[in-house]
Design a protein around this ligand. Structure first.
Ligand code: GYE
Length: 318
């Protein structure tokens, strides 16, 4: 009797192992291979995000294939196609823009390779094209920035906005959250808004142009720290004092941003957490094992005033 049970158990185990080997799953050595298609290296946030992903793959024992798309969608699509060809166990990526992903994601689905979105979302009607989306609520971040301005402005207030990469989820959503919130005050007006592509040089250039074309700027809303830091340079070069003559609000809270906030040159920062690596590796393991995961995982974030930045800065790791 015992022998029959043992034989039967062995058969079940064997079937399970074979099923695992042929239906995707981890490689023979048990190691999961992840293909990660990163946006680029456009900002301090992105650098911290890449480091977090690389370090946590290592400590989770996940074999990481990493590519940098230099902020071009076509490069990300190429990278994803090559991961499909290499038959990785799971693909993760941060879509540079929201639209235009259906075809390549369908190819991954047909190859039975699960996809995890991290940081940025895609705009698609077919939610089965990815298993989960791990990242911030960008509308909420925009709202927090708007709320601070509502509470801290006095009298008529002219705002210029430095937008992120055109078509990117954080650029679209932060603009919406901010715009919807400040609408409740007729005194606050966005007088100019233009993309600085989430880079420091982009923020500087656009701010220089705004300072020439707009006679009366009270506030800069930069959709990330790097563009805000670029704007600081332009404001100083124009002989004005950032944080005083022109108030500056940004999003991210990376080290350089926090430094400028505690120096009084930035007035308020809404945090966006780049340290998504550990949660991503966790989700990847579950997805590869065929376990259910929530379709949306939202990151927890806070906000910083100048005083709070002074306290937080010494421990800021990125
Ligand atoms: O805010 C910005 C980066 O997608 C949340 O991309 C990310 C944004 C971040 O370049 O600094």
């Amino acid at each position: 009797m015992r022998k029959t049970i043992t034989t039967a158990l062995a058969a079940v185990l064997l079937t399970a192992l074979t099923a695992c080997g042929s239906g995707g799953g981890a490689a023979d050595d048990g190691k999961i291979t992840m293909g990660f298609a990163q946006v680029g290296a456009e900002s301090g946030w992105r650098t911290a995000n890449t480091k977090s992903i690389q370090e946590s793959a290592k400590s989770a024992g996940i074999d990481l294939k990493f590519s940098d798309a230099q902020q071009k969608q076509e490069n990300q699509i190429k990278a994803i196609r090559s991961y499909i060809q290499q038959k990785v166990d799971v693909i993760a990526f941060s879509p540079v823009v929201e639209t235009g992903w259906d075809n390549v994601l369908l190819e991954a689905k047909r190859a039975k390779i699960p996809v995890i979105l991290t940081d940025r979302a895609v705009d698609s009607d077919d939610e089965t094209l990815y298993k989960t989306f791990l990242g911030s609520d960008f509308i909420e971040e925009g709202k927090k920035a708007g709320k601070w301005l509502l509470d801290n402005h006095s009298g008529p207030t002219n705002v210029v906005e430095l937008e992120g990469t055109t078509g990117a989820a954080p650029a679209i959503d932060r603009k919406k959250g901010f715009g919807d919130t400040i609408k409740s005050s007729p005194e606050i007006k966005v007088v100019a808004s233009q993309t600085g592509d989430f880079t420091r040089s982009g923020g500087k250039q656009v701010m220089e142009a705004f300072l020439k074309s707009q006679p009366d700027i009270d506030v800069v809303f930069a959709q990330n720290d790097d563009m805000g830091l670029g704007a600081l340079e332009a404001i100083k070069a124009a002989g004005k004092k950032p944080g005083v003559d022109i108030k500056v609000i940004t999003i991210d809270a990376v080290h350089d941003g926090m430094q400028a906030l505690s120096n009084g040159e930035i007035n308020y920062i809404v945090e966006c957490n780049p340290l998504l690596g550990p949660q991503l590796m966790d989700l990847a393991k579950k997805v590869v094992a065929g376990e259910d995961v929530p379709h949306r995982v939202v990151t927890k974030e806070t906000t910083f005033t100048q005083e709070q930045a002074k306290t937080a800065l010494p421990d800021r790791k990125y």
